[in-house]
Design a protein around this ligand. Sequence first.
Ligand SMILES: NC(=O)c1ccc[n+]([C@@H]2O[C@H](COP(=O)([O-])OP(=O)(O)OC[C@H]3O[C@@H](n4cnc5c(N)ncnc54)[C@H](O)[C@@H]3O)[C@@H](O)[C@H]2O)c1
Ligand SMILES: CC(C)[C@H](C(=O)O)[C@@H](O)C(=O)O
Ligand SMILES: [Mg+2]
Length: 353
Amino acid sequence: MNFKIAVLAGDGIGPEISVQGVDVMTAVCEKFAHQVSYKYALCGADAIDKVGDPFPEETYQICKEADAVLFSAVGDPKFDNNPTAKVRPEQGLLAMRKRLGLFANIRPVQTFKCLLHKSPLRAELVEGADFLCIRELTGGMYFGEKYQDNDKAYDTNMYTRPEIERILRVGFEYAMKRRKHLTVVDKANVLASSRLWRQIAQEMAPKYPEVTTDYMYVDNAAMRMIQEPTFFDVMVTENTFGDILTDEGSCISGSMGLLPSASTGESTPVFEPIHGSWPQAKGLNIANPLAQILSVAMLFEYFDLKAEGALIREAVDASLDACVRTPEIQVEGGAKCGTKEVGQWIVEYIKKK
Ligand SMILES: NC(=O)c1ccc[n+]([C@@H]2O[C@H](COP(=O)([O-])OP(=O)(O)OC[C@H]3O[C@@H](n4cnc5c(N)ncnc54)[C@H](O)[C@@H]3O)[C@@H](O)[C@H]2O)c1
Ligand SMILES: CC(C)[C@H](C(=O)O)[C@@H](O)C(=O)O
Ligand SMILES: [Mg+2]
């Protein structure tokens, strides 16, 4: 392959983890004789500060022309603490997803054997948990009509049939490739939008007779995820619910810094950690780069380059086993490692293989 990669590092810990993702990408490309070139582009608060737009047109063009985007994180306290700011870093991320038509966000929730005790849940409970959350990414409340004044505000949770059908199809197809169990997560007992989701899912289910399809209210799903995470194989849900449930999912793995994702759809796919810019950790070399690095593994797998993805996963497992870990998942008495040390250990492992 001759990869053209757009790199959007963003804000907070974004630039630090981005470097590690790029270095891993380069190392794997060298190993497997792929060509790779990078174009760096502005987004988020950084882009607002520099050009006044969280997703400048130039960034869009760079993404559009790339084979894939390696995205890190956006967000800054100066906007988080100013609820009336009209231009916000997160709008850049949403604009990227919308303009690239990335309606399907694949968020795997997995456990690592040596990290089972790092979960706030009992190790025996999370052991073996391995599911995908398919999160709809370009619809719902995030993109529906909004209004805000000093006395009233609303967001509209709107979904159309084609939007629902295409994301459910992704859910059924992933279920077919996995353990053939799809859980449709909704709030159909209250929300009209959820009732349409459930109606369409019921229409589609007979086309996938091998898949066991069940329906679960989101409040129950939030409980079941920590009560019996091994219950799930593939869950499919709307934008807002998927956002919330996957942060919860990171507690199954043991850290927010472990969950990668792939945002796919009509145009250039984006590979991005599920976590944010963790501004408090900016520049401290403590952010876990594994969510970013595993996003690179998902990038290769998206292009059906399985050995490349597998090598990254092997290197990540080896780093964890060797206790080359960032502080939040380090063992007592373990070596002091940071973002760079973990990333570069993985790069060296790949080079030596
Ligand atoms: N995709 C994105 O760019 C994205 C996602 C979520 C939040 N945000 C933005 O990030 C900013 C901070 O939001 P937040 O504090 O709610 O969420 P966050 O994900 O940035 O941080 C929440 C907590 O998760 C942990 N964490 C996050 N990343 C980690 C990593 N790489 N390694 C280890 N631990 C990690 C930390 O304990 C942190 O306190 C806000 O501006 C928010 O809008 C952006
Ligand atoms: C920053 C925010 C817009 C974003 C989302 O809600 O989609 C983030 O939380 C995520 O999970 O990627
Ligand atoms: Mg989120």
